[in-house]
Design a protein around this ligand. Structure first.
Ligand SMILES: Nc1ncnc2c1ncn2[C@@H]1O[C@H](COP(=O)(O)OP(=O)(O)O)[C@@H](O)[C@H]1O
Ligand SMILES: [Mg+2]
Length: 445
């Protein structure tokens, strides 16, 4: 028997899979990848149209990365990915793409892969590489401080990418500062103009945000050459396919009650679905494809949920811990004050002035300089990245609905000391609020 799975890949009965390759809460799904009909046509058309640039956006966890990884494997010869973090400059982005192209232009690698690359282009690549590299060794600079060699213009990068038939994926592009974003829009323009010569040239900017314009800002003239693709949360029908594919691959079956439960708790978030399924496997001692088919008892869902809540609690705790930690004993607990003020503002965020007003209601002498500094810090990973800034509206908000929900339970009762132990009930309540939020998000689009 042969079962057809994703992307035309054939999976033979009798093949062994590990539970972690089947259920992938923290990485892009491959063998349990579920095709997303609503978006598929639009995405495929955009990927196939020469010169079309892409902006892919949607709620964190909606499946943007997974969708692209799978579609690019099906449709595109090569791609490179740059992961954006806040503070990264446009020059660093170009350098990162350039470095990754080494696989296509390094003489030994070209030879080993029997690729046909013109020697003049190879020489040009190596020349720039030497320059970029020389700066590091001579001045002992870190990657962060490397300077862009003057020859590495967007046009040159386009030529290297285009010849390698490689598209460039920029993950989390919303984290880049607005001036740097604007420079990228200009590179997109260069790529569009050069697509006559290199039809594969493409930038795909991905952002975990509500609108395409929060990912990249570009002018009206470029508009019809950029495809804006919104990735909604998965539908219940799509989510249900994940445990269904898993059952076939690992050779077990779940009752429809368990599957209904999984779908319900997932609320459109595939990562929750994968995690619950994986927990179910572990609770039932399934680590790889079973030699003999097994029915899984309904009670394992309970166990899987418990485990999920415990783990979620640890992750949340550590993020809040980072945000609230006071490095120096100052007059104010800035992190806490700001998060509490944000809680009193609208869910879609507040301007610094609104936040300051809220804080001053309690502490009239709170300095606005502290606010500016901590609004920046609270967005960094070192501080748990609990909040984000939307350059379009100028508002700050919780970067994920679960943080807001969790902050509500954490600060709901007035403690003088912040207590970071979370009861299961509190967490369940937070998750329920999150699910309610996600539910409304799903209705909006
Ligand atoms: N189409 C899909 N089929 C199966 N699982 C998916 C699909 N899309 C996403 N997932 C799973 O959902 C989780 C989040 O997906 P991801 O692509 O990282 O979301 P995003 O990039 O939007 O934050 C991952 O665990 C991934 O394996
Ligand atoms: Mg992603």
């Amino acid at each position: 028997m042969i079962t057809e799975l994703t992307g035309g890949k054939l999976i033979k009965a009798g093949e062994l899979y590990s539970a972690q390759d089947v259920f992938t809460p923290t990485k892009p799904a491959r063998i349990t990848f579920v095709e997303r009909e609503v978006i598929n046509d639009k995405l495929v058309a955009a990927l196939r149209t020469p010169g079309k640039q892409l902006v892919v956006y949607g709620h964190s966890g909606s499946g943007k990365t997974t969708l692209l990884v799978n579609k690019l494997h099906q449709l595109y010869e090569n791609h490179i990915t740059t992961r954006c973090i806040s503070g990264l400059t446009f020059e660093q982005l170009l350098l990162d793409a350039f470095d990754q192209l080494n696989n296509f232009y390094d003489a030994e690698k070209v030879y080993a892969a029997k690729r046909n690359v013109s020697s003049s282009l190879q020489a040009e690549y190596v020349g720039i590489k030497l320059q970029a590299g020389a700066q590091i060794s001579s001045e002992q600079q870190t990657n962060q401080q490397r300077v862009l060699p003057p020859q590495l213009t967007p046009q040159t990068l386009a030529k290297f990418l285009g010849t390698a038939r490689c598209c460039w994926v920029l993950e989390d592009f919303h984290k880049i500062e607005p001036p740097e974003k604007r420079k990228l829009a200009q590179v997109m323009k260069v790529f569009m103009d050069m697509s006559d010569e290199f039809s594969f040239l493409k930038i795909i900017a991905i952002g975990a945000v509500g609108t395409a314009r929060q990912v990249v800002e570009y002018n009206a003239e470029m508009r019809n050459r950029i495809a804006e693709i919104y990735v909604p949360l998965m539908t219940d029908v799509e989510i249900r396919e994940i445990p269904q594919k898993g059952e076939a691959l690992l050779n077990f079956s779940l009752s429809s009650r368990v599957k209904n439960g999984i779908v319900m708790y997932s609320s459109g978030l595939a990562s929750v679905c994968h995690q619950l399924c994986l927990n179910i496997c572990f609770a039932a001692d399934i680590y790889e494809t079973l030699p003999r088919h097994a029915e899984i008892a309904t009670a394992v869902l309970e166990k899987a949920l418990d485990r999920y809540l415990e783990d979620a609690s640890d992750t949340l705790k550590s993020s809040f811990d980072k945000a609230l930690r006071q490095l120096r004993k100052g007059k104010f607990n800035n992190g806490r004050l700001i998060l509490e003020a944000l809680l009193q503002c609208e869910q879609d965020g507040a301007t610094p002035a609104e936040i300051l007003t809220k804080i001053k209601e309690r502490l009239p002498d709170y300095p606005s300089g502290n606010l500016t500094l901590y609004l920046k810090q609270l967005q960094t990973d070192e501080r748990g990245a609990l909040i984000r800034h939307d350059a379009g509206s100028g508002r700050y908000s919780f970067s994920d609905p679960i943080y807001r929900a969790f902050a509500l339970t954490l600060f709901g009762q007035e403690h003088s000391e912040v207590d970071l132990t979370i009861s299961r009930e509190d967490l369940a309540r937070a998750l329920n609020r999150l699910f309610a939020d996600v539910g409304t998000l799903r209705e909006v689009k």
